[in-house]
Design a protein around this ligand. Structure first.
Ligand SMILES: C[S@@+](CC[C@H](N)C(=O)[O-])C[C@H]1O[C@@H](n2cnc3c(N)ncnc32)[C@H](O)[C@@H]1O
Length: 217
């Protein structure tokens, strides 16, 4: 006889399998403890009593699926969130990208867009932005909407690790002066918001979409 808590895990597994097969969203490898908490919350919010009830609803109602997807998505994001990634990208990947006439980068799960704009800044600083096209997708329309606006609080910008600069990524050269790696904020802008489409940033915003297929066109 299965313990009730184990039974709930079985139901969660069936829900996630169903979601994957019906909608193609794959949450099957998410951490179970976090899933349990978020799915229980969804069960309550949908005024249901079991995960099986949620599965039934989600499989037959795409809007319930949207609500579940929002409930399961964790949208934490900051500019240059993983500094080491950008350092290595600049020192190891950029030299390879230079050998290509055209670059396409896809940010799957872009959340509110900070990762995409960080990449745009880096490419701009490296003189590669003009030959690059950035695509960004997310399961969550709400965060995508924020990403598309390209507006980030100046207060938050000041806290980002904006020292992911060429100075750090490469050994200093006596013959060259490192260029400025200032964030794309402008002194002329208000203290509350700053768009990455300011004068120091790339000229056009990356494209953001909720569907990978449309991003690939
Ligand atoms: C923790 S955020 C990370 C954001 C950004 N990549 C970063 O590192 O700063 C993860 C994002 O992935 C999205 N996501 C999760 N599963 C997804 C899926 N199957 N398809 C598309 N986006 C997904 C979530 O909605 C969330 O916005």
């Amino acid at each position: 006889m299965t313990h009730p808590e184990d039974l709930e895990d079985v139901e969660i597994e069936l829900l996630l399998e169903g979601v994957y097969r019906r909608y193609g969203y794959d949450f099957r490898d998410y951490a179970l403890s976090s899933l349990r908490r978020r799915i229980r919350e969804r069960v309550r919010e949908e005024r249901l009593t079991t995960v099986s009830g949620l599965k039934e609803r989600v499989l037959h109602d795409p809007e319930a699926m949207e609500r579940l997807a929002h409930g399961l998505s964790i949208n934490v994001s900051t500019m240059f969130r993983d500094p080491d990634l950008y350092r290595v990208f600049r020192s190891k990947v950029v030299p390879i990208l230079r050998t290509y006439p055209f670059i396409r980068i896809w940010h799957a799960g872009c959340s509110t867009g900070e990762e995409v704009y960080s990449m745009a800044i880096l490419l701009h600083e490296e003189g590669l932005y003009e030959r690059a096209r950035l695509y960004a997708t997310d399961i969550n329309e709400t965060v995508l909407h924020k990403a598309k606006s390209g507006i980030f609080p100046l207060k938050a910008m000041k806290q980002y690790p904006l020292t992911i600069s060429r100075r750090e990524a490469r050994p200093p050269s006596p013959s060259t002066t490192p260029p400025s790696t200032r964030a794309p904020s402008s002194g002329r802008r208000s203290e509350t918001t700053s768009s990455s489409r300011s004068t120091t940033s790339p000229p056009t915003a990356p494209s953001m979409s909720s569907t990978p297929s449309s991003a690939a066109t």
